[in-house]
Write a protein that binds this ligand. Structure first.
Ligand SMILES: *Cc1c(COP(=O)(O)O)cnc(C)c1O
Length: 223
C-alpha cells in the first residue's frame, strides 16, 4: 500500500518544529532531506507533487537512473549525496548532485575538486565523520578531520559542515554531541545528523540538516 507521503512529511516537519520550540531555537529550523534511496519512483513523485524538493540518495548510479528523469521535470530540486563515493564516480556525482555530504578522504577530495573545476559546478560539501570508529563505515576519524579540512580548502572545495551516521544500537546523543563539538572547533556551520529513529533528538541538538527516509516513504524493500 502506498503510504500517505504528504501526511508523513507534514508529521515529520511538525515534530521537528515541536522539538525546536521545546529547546528554544524556533528560527533556523533544520532542512528536511527526504531520503529516497531504494524507494519506488511513485513514492518519490508523491513527495515532489506534495511540493517537497530536497532529497538524499546514497548511490550515484541509482540516483542517476531516477533523477535523470525527475530532476528536469520538477523545478527547484536539490539533491544531496549522502552515501560513500568512489573516486571513479566523482564526475557523475558532480554532474547530478547539488550537495556532497560524504567527503572523507583526500583522494576523493582531489577527484571532486578536479571535476568541479572541469564542470564549473562548485558544490558545497560536508565532511563525513566516523564518530563511532566503525571499520566498515565511511567517514574520517576525528583526529584526521582538521588535516582533511585544510587539504579540502587548499584544493578549493567549499566545505560547509559535518555529517555523521551513528552506529546502530548506540545512543545517538554521544555522536551528535561529538559532531557538534568538532563543527564548532573547526568553525563549520552545517550539521547533518538525525534519521527516522532519532531526528527529533538531532533537531533538539542543533542539526541544520536532517535525513529522513523510512518515516516519510515507508520501509525500504530490498528484495
Ligand atoms: C538511508 C539513510 C538515511 C535515512 O534512513 P532512515 O532510517 O530510513 O530515515 C539517512 N542517512 C543516510 C546516510 C542514509 O544512508
Amino acid at each position: 500500500m502506498m503510504p500517505d507521503i504528504k501526511a508523513n512529511i507534514d508529521a515529520v516537519r511538525k515534530e521537528i518544529t515541536r522539538m525546536c520550540k521545546h529547546v528554544g531555537v524556533e528560527e533556523n529550523q533544520p532542512r528536511l532531506i527526504a531520503v529516497s534511496k531504494v524507494q519506488p519512483i511513485e513514492r518519490v513523485r508523491a513527495a515532489l507533487d506534495a511540493g517537497h524538493r530536497v532529497f538524499g540518495e546514497n548511490r550515484v548510479q541509482e540516483a542517476e537512473e531516477r533523477w535523470g528523469e525527475l530532476k528536469p521535470e520538477y523545478e527547484g530540486v536539490e539533491l544531496h549525496l549522502i552515501g560513500s563515493l568512489q573516486t571513479n564516480k566523482a564526475a557523475n556525482a558532480v554532474a547530478l548532485f547539488d550537495v556532497i555530504q560524504s567527503v572523507d578522504r583526500v583522494k576523493l577530495a582531489k577527484a571532486l575538486a578536479r571535476e568541479m573545476d572541469k564542470q564549473d559546478r562548485h558544490l558545497p560539501v560536508y565532511l563525513q565523520v566516523n564518530t563511532g570508529r566503525e571499520e566498515q563505515k565511511g567517514g574520517a576519524m576525528v583526529e584526521d578531520l582538521e588535516g582533511l579540512l585544510k587539504d579540502c580548502r587548499d584544493l578549493g572545495l567549499n566545505v560547509v559542515g559535518l555529517m555523521c551516521i551513528p552506529p546502530a544500537g548506540d545512543d545517538p546523543t554521544l555522536h551528535f554531541g561529538l559532531l557538534k563539538k568538532f563543527a564548532k572547533r573547526l568553525g563549520l556551520e552545517k550539521l547533518s545528523m538525525g534519521m527516522s529513529g532519532d531526528y527529533a533528538l538531532a533537531a533538539a541538538m542543533g542539526a541544520t540538516d536532517i535525513r529522513v527516509g523510512t518515516a516519510i516513504f515507508g520501509a525500504r524493500d530490498y528484495s
